[in-house]
Design a protein around this ligand. Sequence first.
Ligand SMILES: [Zn+2]
Length: 166
Amino acid sequence: MSNKKRDYKHKLAHYYTTEHDAVFVEDLNVTSLLEASGNARNKAEVGWRNFSTILKHHGRKNECHVIEVEPNGTTKECASCGVETAKPVWVREHSCPSCGFELERDWNAALNIQSRGLENLGVVHSEATPVETATAVDTVPVSARRVVEAGSPALKESPKATSRVG
Ligand SMILES: [Zn+2]
């Protein structure tokens, strides 16, 4: 990974972990990418694995929870009713046939990552200290695709937009 890219990931990780109390990321399967290396998707997943590690490092430093969640079905699942609808990658909109909920594809996925993360966070808190409730925590879901894309504009967006879409 080039220094420029590494710099960017550290900046992004610093930003997320200082602006939020918790960051939820998709826990991508490392085994699958080791089995078949060489294609673009797998390179992206290596980049994401690396970013995830950087994120945890900054999380410890800035007292921010960095939580990896099960990534399966985050794009298929309806963030409103939970019904899964298969959609090919070129379909950019989530439109639920069950409840009619419509949202931009990645935003819907981000909401699912967030709710899974909050579930995990709730467990963490009840085991550790019950001082704060998960729902009161300022959180941000981060989707892998968004961060590993070349020239991701995440840092140029307003904090509001960033926390909304992830
Ligand atoms: Zn629905």
